[in-house]
Design a protein around this ligand. Structure first.
Ligand code: XMP
Length: 516
């Protein structure tokens, strides 16, 4: 029998990075489950039948602990006597629950902060006197609770970290799970292995078998179709579904007309080689028709999400498929606001963009708990070709969310040409490998220029290049000026309708990667 995995439970208070905590724990070879914030000691005991629960992490969240409807812990949660780590909101809640006061900070901290480590013990063992951390909070713990001691402070936050004097309970005001916290992995490692005494007995390979089996159980011999865009997520989902369903699977590539130049042909070429049923739906006209007059970005995403489903339904009708499989990954779901206490950022086409009425028995999403780089690992384990594994992520709605305002044939053509130039120059200069995404955005602003001694009035194109590990946070890339200059010169020379090129220098947060 498979030994029970040592497991850390992450109590979900709705923070954008909650799931990332689970993922960072998995990176240490330790299993992790995300559970509701008000899980009871009895429910934890029940989970212990399946797993070896070794510790609890309270996640961050968008609420303030003193709001009337703020999500709370189960009142007997501290009685379970497991090691606890509270993060951000979880840290404040722990303080409140153990008798300290949480108040609005005199100066709110968002982004990178310097923290002074006063006592490098327990979770903070091995850290330097000064550490760079990622903060995002409006409230602060001003004094440690009676049985606790402070371990760290910042300029505006006197108790940035604390611990119980005798029990393995810790709180951190910052987010160790976010890569901008330089030694965040070390902090989590200290908690997992030193404080919780976990053994690293879980690995990624265990997931593949689990996902294939789940697809087989769910479809129970019926036919299914899968949306295949040629991106890494849907390609991996297709490979898994092909293992699970064999010839009962039809993969559908919807060409909505907003793909990058040359891409539909490339996808056709790659996937026609595989022993799967592969169908191309030429849907350019119907998408453009539905998007006529649509300006608002969320409406745009929803119209696209619905039209995808309608195309899938028509093909399912022909092939007798009852299930729809999608390559949805975790960040798509979190940004679409599927959790009770988290904010909706944008409707990813395959999640919140779905229509209410769907003619499928069920939508199956084998990758729903994974991040992009984990999907890449699975892709390598499945031996998918390099050009798919290393392809930069491309949103399902395609260039439609990179063309601001109403879509017109002219703007789509500009978008495709500009995107091609950005790709060519970034790749030619050897910069692609270190970038998460690089693309062009056709803004809805026009600007005056001078071309060939004559006044010109044309589009402003924005160039965006981002570095990231999993798209939950991202930094704009410091592209060398000569490369930006080449991109700008080529775009304004080769696309007559463009008079100006700007470079987007905004991180995520506060911006998102895509403009819409
Ligand atoms: P944002 O713009 O939310 O993007 O910071 C995060 C990552 O998700 C991709 N993205 C999407 N992918 N359907 C997708 O399949 C969508 O509707 C969608 N919207 C954004 C985006 O390209 C980035 O990698």
């Amino acid at each position: 029998m498979q030994a029970k995995y040592d497991t850390i439970l992450v109590l979900d208070f709705g923070g954008q990075y909650c799931h990332l905590i689970g993922r960072r724990i998995r990176e240490h070879g330790v299993y992790s489950e995300i559970v509701p914030h008000d899980i009871s000691p009895e429910e934890i005991a029940a989970l212990n039948q399946k797993f070896n629960v070794k510790g609890l992490i309270f996640s961050g969240g968008p609420s303030s602990v003193y709001e009337p409807n703020a999500p709370k812990l189960h009142p007997r949660i501290l009685e379970v006597n497991l090691p606890i780590l509270g993060l951000c909101y979880g840290h404040q809640l722990l303080a409140q629950l153990t008798g300290s006061k949480v108040e609005p900070a005199t100066c709110k901290e968002y982004g990178i902060a310097q923290v002074a480590i006063d006592k490098p013990v327990g979770v903070l063992e091995g850290l330097s006197e000064k550490e760079q951390v990622w903060m995002s909070h409006g409230d602060t713990v001003f004094t440690p609770p009676p049985e606790f001691e402070a371990l760290a402070h910042t300029e505006n936050c006197p108790v940035a970290a604390f611990r119980h004097k005798t029990k393995p309970i810790y709180g951190l005001q910052w987010h160790p799970e976010v890569i901008h916290t330089e030694n965040g992995m070390r902090m989590l490692q200290n908690f997992i292995f030193q404080v919780c005494k976990c053994q690293a007995n879980w690995q990624m390979e265990d997931l593949i078998g689990k996902m294939v089996k789940e697809l087989q159980t769910e479809t129970a011999g019926s036919r299914a179709i899968i949306g295949l865009s040629g991106g890494i997520d849907s390609s991996v989902a297709t490979a898994l579904a092909a293992q699970a369903l064999g010839d009962k699977l039809t993969a559908v590539f919807v060409d909505h007309g907003f793909m990058r130049e040359g891409e539909p042909e490339q996808i056709r070429e790659t996937f026609q080689k595989y022993p799967i049923n592969f169908v191309v739906a030429n849907a350019q006209e119907r998408f453009m028709q539905k998007l006529k007059g649509v300006v608002e970005p969320e409406t745009k995403r929803k119209v696209i999400g619905e039209e995808f489903i309608r195309v899938f339904e028509e093909i399912a009708n022909e092939s007798g498929a009852e299930y729809l499989i999608q390559g949805t990954i975790y960040p798509d779901r979190i940004e679409s606001g599927f959790r009770k206490n988290s904010d909706k950022i944008k409707s990813h086409h395959n999640v919140a963009g779905l229509p209410e009425k769907i003619k499928f028995k069920k939508i199956l999403e084998p990758l729903r708990d994974l991040y992009k780089d984990e999907v890449r690992k699975v892709a390598r384990m499945l031996d998918l070709p390099k050009e798919i594994v290393n392809r930069q992520p491309f949103p399902g709605p395609g260039l439609a969310v990179r063309i601001i305002g109403e879509l017109t044939e002219e703007k789509v053509t500009i978008g495709k040409k500009a995107d091609k130039i950005v790709r060519e120059e970034i790749e030619r200069n050897g910069l692609a490998e270190n970038l998460w995404q690089y693309f062009a955005v056709v803004t809805d602003t026009k600007a005056t220029g001078v071309k060939g001694d004559a006044r010109a009035y044309g589009y402003v194109v924005a160039v965006r290049a981002m570095e990231s590990r999993e798209a939950m946070t991202a930094s704009f890339a410091k592209i060398p000026y000569p490369v930006l200059e080449k991109i700008s010169t080529r775009i304004t020379n080769e696309i007559p309708q463009v008079t100006r090129v700007v470079y987007d220098v905004t991180h995520k947060p506060p911006a998102t990667i895509e403009w819409e």
